[in-house]
Design a protein around this ligand. Structure first.
Ligand code: GLY
Ligand code: MN
Ligand code: MN
Length: 458
């Protein structure tokens, strides 16, 4: 069992979360935390992370525990650690002690689970053994009820309460320090791995973990690059997408792109400024009622305008975006929901990301848009436009033909030293606009150059 230090207001927060859920459903719910997954044999596991829906309502990262929500009533199911557990993992709070911390009305051993699991709705967890247990114990599964539960949980988790946003802020602050440390540690001859190590050490030293696999790469065009073996050379850009997850499970997600030497080339600076203009325009426009999809298109138009001004794209920006010409260089969406999951609630597919009645487009420029809802006060989302030269897209004969009138390929060839640029911040939607949760970390060209050149954390 893994336990984290709970906040003093945890029980109250959890009660209010249960109330918000109870307003939307009229059937009992059981949520499983899940078990550690074996890495290569059962005693050697991947780091455990409790299921996010469980974590939202239970507030503590408990292994192999279950909660039952019945209206506002909370029951915790968990076995106390055995002498053998304590031998390997140390003493842990008992079920009754945990129940007191989280404000559960009842604390029961797992042997009581089968009786309590009839006619409950649930959401499958991340590990196969626990999913099998969920299926075996729930002999009377009603898919419509499970769907109604998922929809109700999405409605509750879409906007964040004070406890959640406090935790996201903590994670964001640590991510900010990790990026500063990464810039200061960057030098010609270092490996990507060395920069990654410095960044992650800031996160680990605060007792946090990484919210997702870090991307620290000179191959910024590989969107989810997980190689770290390249040696940094003069002229390379480092793209670092690294975010901390607080011990409570709340995530942050930051990307910065910086030159290895501390000096952008003129072509790198030109493209960086175009991406930054898209980033800034989206943040300036983010407020309640605005469709996130419109922010995405705002980013696309701003990128198209900037690339046309640089002579890379040809034509008027609106027309270029209509044809998805911008997607040659910006093939992903402008961001996503952020919460307990870095792509919040993406375990539910597009149920959280897409408003009821909407579904993903298969259009080149929209297929990877993860969020298509009007913004609401209390939501946290990322804003992360980018520019990438992906060989699989730009060398594709069919696309080159389709976009032959839109791209000046000779002009593009002059920007060969810009493989990938992304600038990503986390924003919190307020009543009037938004607050940049990661705004302490500048994205301004001169500040970034100074941070890399100074070789000290600024
Ligand atoms: N770090 C993953 C993402 O930005 O979506
Ligand atoms: Mn992101
Ligand atoms: Mn990211």
């Amino acid at each position: 069992m893994t336990a984290i230090a709970p906040s003093p207001t945890l029980a109250e927060t959890l009660r209010s979360r249960r109330e918000r859920l109870a307003e939307r459903i009229n059937f009992p719910v059981m949520l499983w935390s899940g078990r550690p997954r074996a890495r290569n044999f059962p005693a050697n596991t991947y780091p455990f992370r409790a299921n996010s829906h469980f974590l939202y309502f239970a507030g503590m990262s408990l292994t192999n525990a279950v909660i039952r929500l019945d209206g506002k009533r909370l029951t915790l199911f968990m076995d106390d650690s055995t002498v053998e557990d304590a031998l390997w993992h140390g003493p842990m709070p008992t079920c009754v002690e945990v129940a007191n911390i989280i404000g559960a009305e009842a604390a029961l051993p797992m042997s009581e689970l089968p009786k309590a699991a009839q006619n409950v709705a649930t959401i499958p967890v991340q590990d196969g053994i626990t999913v099998a247990e969920q299926m075996t114990l729930r002999t009377t599964v009603q898919p419509a009820q499970d769907k109604a539960l998922a929809e109700a949980i999405v409605a509750v988790r879409l906007t964040h309460d004070a406890e959640a946003i406090t935790e996201i802020r903590k994670a964001a602050a640590v991510s900010t320090w990790a990026h500063r440390a990464g810039m200061a540690a960057t030098a010609v001859g270092q490996t990507e791995a060395a920069v990654r190590a410095v960044m992650e050490s800031v996160i680990v030293a605060t007792g946090m973990t990484c919210a997702y696999n870090s991307i620290v790469t000179i191959q910024g065009e590989v969107l989810h690059n997980e190689r770290y073996d390249h040696v940094l050379q003069p002229g390379d850009l480092v793209l670092a997408d690294v975010g901390a997850e607080a011990a409570s499970g709340w995530a942050s997600d930051i990307t910065r792109t910086w030159p290895v030497t501390g000096q952008f080339s003129s072509t790198q600076r030109d493209i960086y400024e175009v991406v930054l203009a898209a980033h800034d325009a989206c943040i300036a426009a983010a407020r309640p009622g605005v469709e996130y999809r419109e922010l995405h298109f705002l980013a696309c138009r701003t990128l198209a305008t900037g690339l046309a001004e640089l002579g890379i794209l040809k034509g008027d920006p609106d027309g270029l975006v209509e044809q998805d010409a911008h997607a040659l260089f910006f093939p992903h969406g402008v961001g996503h929901l952020l919460g307990l999951d870095v792509h919040d609630m993406e375990d539910l597919g597009d149920l959280a990301g897409y408003a009821s009645g909407r579904s993903r487009s298969d259009r080149f420029g929209l297929a990877f848009l993860r969020l298509d809802r009007p913004l609401q006060a209390g939501m946290a989302v990322t804003i992360e436009p980018g520019f990438y030269q992906v060989p699989g897209i730009l060398q594709d004969a069919v696309r080159r033909e389709a976009y032959s009138d839109c791209v000046d390929w000779d002009r593009l060839a002059q920007f060969q030293d810009v493989r990938g640029v992304r600038i990503e911040d986390d924003i919190f939607i307020t009543a009037e606009g938004c607050e940049i949760l990661t705004g302490e970390l500048s994205s301004d060209v001169d500040t970034i150059e100074t941070a890399v050149k100074s070789q000290k954390v600024m």
